[in-house]
Design a protein around this ligand. Structure first.
Ligand code: ATP
Ligand code: MG
Length: 566
């Protein structure tokens, strides 16, 4: 491909809208442009990168024995009503009506559609397993689209689904995908980790997320430094090894804490450790207000709350609700006398003599004994794991690296097949429900994650497996006849040998040419210039700076082929 005939609108400066490296570089390299919030146009170079990632994904899906199909993006609402997700999925689901007033949605994921397909086709155990995948555009009306392709509203996903007749078969399907995912991320040169994950709005029995380790990741992983345990902090269990406290304390008293709203302010004013202050957080769970208590130095894990209460929606209570329930301004909520269900974190059982909000402006209660003074509905694991908590499996030390979730696999069990009656007849002619799995990779997010993992100050450094081209041929001073003639011939020779070449034949300065080459991130750069030709050589440099050398002009093509084969 000649640069002069492509459309690659590179930018000198980082656009101010971009916060993370991959977003900046994808914009600067002329790969993507924003159409509207969370919706992107893939320009020719971006499309090439996306297609290359898709090729790797496709190869590994095919190798795992999954067959590709393509489902529609427009889904009848009735299918989603069958599983209850029409209500459950919430605002991320973009719903609309057709001219006959029928409900539809844009597919954010395709369990309903594929289950509908398979239940209509499969009759007998002999037809199972069915293992299918697609690479398709999804739409999720994300509350906070950001970081470019990382969290879009419209994005490309590879989603695969398996239907088995036995639990062991379903586990095998899951293992096939687990292994295929490992191969995909390895081929893209990523440092990644499979971690135990919450099943969220997809549901099912258990799941793993594949996390690319990166400081800019939106997710936090709880990883044991001693055993193989790793989980998303959303899910990581917190083990409480303490014993319930049996002592009590003096009767509680109300004390003035003017303008002390936060745990830090209260603990400083009353000279008690933050761990002796109880944080009372109000949530609206499926429309009902509940209170959650954790130690002042801890954070509530709202996903654990959602799972504990088997709820559809969990939201932090708005100020108006807090003020109504506590009859006090924000910052003074406390559990004593509170007339809502109260859920307390396990470790609060380990002590007494707490400081809590007084449900009155500028006041707290001291000497509170939760057993004596508070109606706790239940104690449960409700907080986020911290560096000082032990590994829930082996007791070892935990670390908390950041990750980008690029893939997520679920053992669904019979959640969808039960709801949608996807059944088959077994050997004895008895009807059974199919056992399902589903498996997603965000293709655009994956491309962005590769960029996040492989770049320098000047641009992306694409691994060979997904680079848009293998060789970037720069004709410096293309107006020089000798340069042009040599570069043209070399370009033709390489193309004949099947090498993917981008040939910069533009009459631009060497500076512009090289900075564009950095932004394109092609692994091998070949520089033809008047000075090089005078010395009888061409220059070969690796985009990752691993080498920079010259080759005699007569051996240029062979040396390039040898370098690519390395
Ligand atoms: P997240 O927690 O990041 O919102 P998710 O758990 O909602 O992800 P899944 O439903 O498991 O995601 O979707 C499968 C894969 O699709 C994810 O692992 C991720 O790579 C990708 N993905 C999900 N949401 C987005 C998005 N908004 N933009 C780009 N890719 C996404
Ligand atoms: Mg999501």
């Amino acid at each position: 491909m000649r640069f002069s005939s492509t459309y690659i609108p590179t930018l000198k400066e980082s656009p101010s809208e971009a916060e993370v490296v991959s977003h900046k570089l994808l914009l600067r390299a002329g790969m993507v442009r924003k159409l509207t919030s969370g919706v992107y146009i893939y320009l020719p170079l971006g499309l090439k990168a996306l297609e290359n990632v898709q090729r790797v994904v496709r190869e590994e899906m095919d190798a795992a024995g999954f067959s590709e199909l393509l489902m529609p993006m427009v889904i009848p609402g009735d299918l989603w009503k069958e599983t209850g997700r029409w209500e459950y999925y919430g605002k991320e689901l973009l719903r609309f009506k057709d001219r006959n007033d029928r409900d539809y949605c844009l597919g954010p994921t395709h369990e309903e559609v594929i289950t509908d397909l398979v239940r209509g086709e499969v009759r007998s155990y002999r037809q199972l397993p069915v293992r299918l995948y697609q690479i398709q555009t999804k739409f999720r009306d994300e509350i906070r689209p950001r970081f470019g392709l990382m969290r879009g509203r419209e994005f490309v996903m590879k989603d695969a689904y398996s239907f088995d007749s036995s639990d062991a078969g379903a586990d095998e399907s899951y293992k096939l995908m687990y292994d295929a995912y490992c191969r995909i991320f390895k081929r893209l040169g990523l440092r990644f980790r499979a971690v135990e994950a919450d099943t969220g709005s997809i549901g099912g029995n258990f799941s793993h997320e594949f996390m690319v380790l990166a400081d800019t990741g939106e997710d936090t992983i709880a990883a044991c430094t001693e055993c193989s345990y790793a989980a998303n902090v959303e899910r990581a269990e917190v083990v409480w090894n303490g014993t319930p406290c049996t002592e009590t304390c003096a009767p509680y008293e109300k004390v003035a804490t003017p303008a002390a709203h936060t745990v830090e302010e209260v603990s400083a004013m009353l000279k008690v450790a933050p761990s002796q202050v109880v944080k009372t957080m109000l949530f609206v769970v499926d429309g009902k207000t509940v209170a959650v208590l954790v130690r002042g130095d801890r954070e509530v894990n709202d996903i654990k709350l959602k799972n504990l209460l088997n709820a559809t929606t969990v939201e932090l209570a708005p100020a108006a609700v807090v003020e109504k329930v506590t009859a006090a301004p924000l910052g003074f909520a406390g559990p004593v006398g509170l007339d809502v269900p109260i859920y307390a974190d396990l470790e609060l059982q380990g002590a007494t003599d707490y400081v809590v909000g007084a449900n009155a402006a500028d006041a707290h209660l001291v000497h509170v004994d939760l057993r004596r003074d508070v109606k706790v509905t239940a104690y449960a694991d409700l907080r986020c794991i911290t560096l000082s908590d032990p590994c829930p499996r082996c007791g070892g030390a935990i670390e908390l690296p950041k990750g980008i979730e690029v893939g997520h696999i679920f053992k669904l069990g019979t959640k969808y097949s039960d709801a949608m009656h996807a059944v088959y007849l077994d050997e004895n002619g008895k009807e059974n429900v199919m056992i399902m799995g589903c498996y997603g990779i965000g293709v655009g997010r994956l491309a962005a994650a590769v960029c996040e993992a492989h770049h320098d100050d000047y641009g992306p450094i694409w691994p060979k497996a997904i680079a848009p081209w293998q060789v970037h041929l720069c004709a410096v001073r293309a107006d020089n006849e000798e340069v042009r003639a040599f570069a043209d011939t070399l370009y033709n020779t390489l193309q004949e040998k099947g090498v993917e070449v981008i040939y910069d034949d533009r009459s631009v300065s060497a500076g512009v040419m090289f900075s564009d080459a950095d932004l394109l991130g092609v692994p091998l750069r070949v520089i033809v210039s008047p000075r090089n030709l005078k010395n009888g050589v061409v220059e070969l440099t690796a985009r990752d700076k691993s080498f920079s050398e010259t080759a005699p002009t007569a051996e240029a093509a062979d040396t390039i082929l040898a370098k690519l084969a390395e």
